[in-house]
Each structure stands twice: as structure tokens, then as C-alpha cells.
Design a protein around this ligand. Sequence first.
Ligand SMILES: [Zn+2]
Length: 171
Amino acid sequence: MADLVIPQTILDDLVAHARALDPYECCGLLAGTNGAVTHIYRIKNIVASEGAEKLSSFDPAKAAHLERLSPAERAEIAFVMDMQDFSAAKKDIRNKGLDLQVVYHSHPHDPARPSITDIKIATDYEEIWPKINLPIPAYLILSLMEKSKPDIRCYWIKGGTVSAAHITTAN
Ligand SMILES: [Zn+2]
């Protein structure tokens, strides 16, 4: 059985989002029920809209989870979700009776696998999700390394260990 079932229309939307933000990374959430994705929520990437230099003196209200990272690690971060967008998406997911299934982001220049920083942030987040009443999501990465051939892959990141999550495309 597939870990995740994602409709082609949502995969197309992911690619469109990644291309729109290229050369910056895009990010967002996929929601649905029991691994079946039905909704996509594009989230504003603070880094893309305000510039990476902002992260060295980051606003704790916007990105409290970055406190645990060293300045050098922060410098490697290419996306930080806008908390207002995130909260609005979270509320809509709840109102629709759905669950968070996937956190996605793009790699404009790198392969579709989690970076060291991606793994560290996902590992730190393992204890944050239950506190904000959300299940631990799968992580989808869309690579635009080959611009005409987007590569979409999904992972589970638990205890610092990365394993592949299987995606089935639905019509
Ligand atoms: Zn990444």
C-alpha cells in the first residue's frame, strides 16, 4: 500500500509553485485523510520574500523554531514558512475535518533529497507537531535541478533517520 496518494492536479500545482518561486525555494502543506491528499496550501517563504540576510537576525515571532540552530546553520536555511499563512492553513485543514499529511518544499538547484539542515529541522519538529495538535507529516521535496523534468520525492524523517515514502498518483 502506498504511503501517500496525491492527485495529478496537486502534483501539477506543486510544480507550478516551485517554478514560480525559482530560484528561491517554495514551501507549503498538503492535507487530506489517511494518506490521501486532497488539498494544497501554498505558504509564503519568508526567505524568498524578505531575503536570506534577515535570518541572521531573525524575528523570533515569525520563526521561533530557529532559536535552536546556530547562525551558521541558519545561513543554510532556504525556506521559513510564514507563520500567518501557516496558521490560516492549519485552521482551514481543521475546519474541513482533514489532517496535515505532507510538508513540501522545492530544491531549485539540488537533488530531491533532504539536506542536512532539512533533516535537523524535521527532527527538531518531531516534538513540536504534537504540541500544536498536528500529526508528524511526510516531507515532500521537489527538485528543479533539471528544469524541464521536475523530480518529486517523499520521505519520512524520524529520529534523524530518513526513509523513502511511496507516492501513488491519483487522477
Ligand atoms: Zn531542503
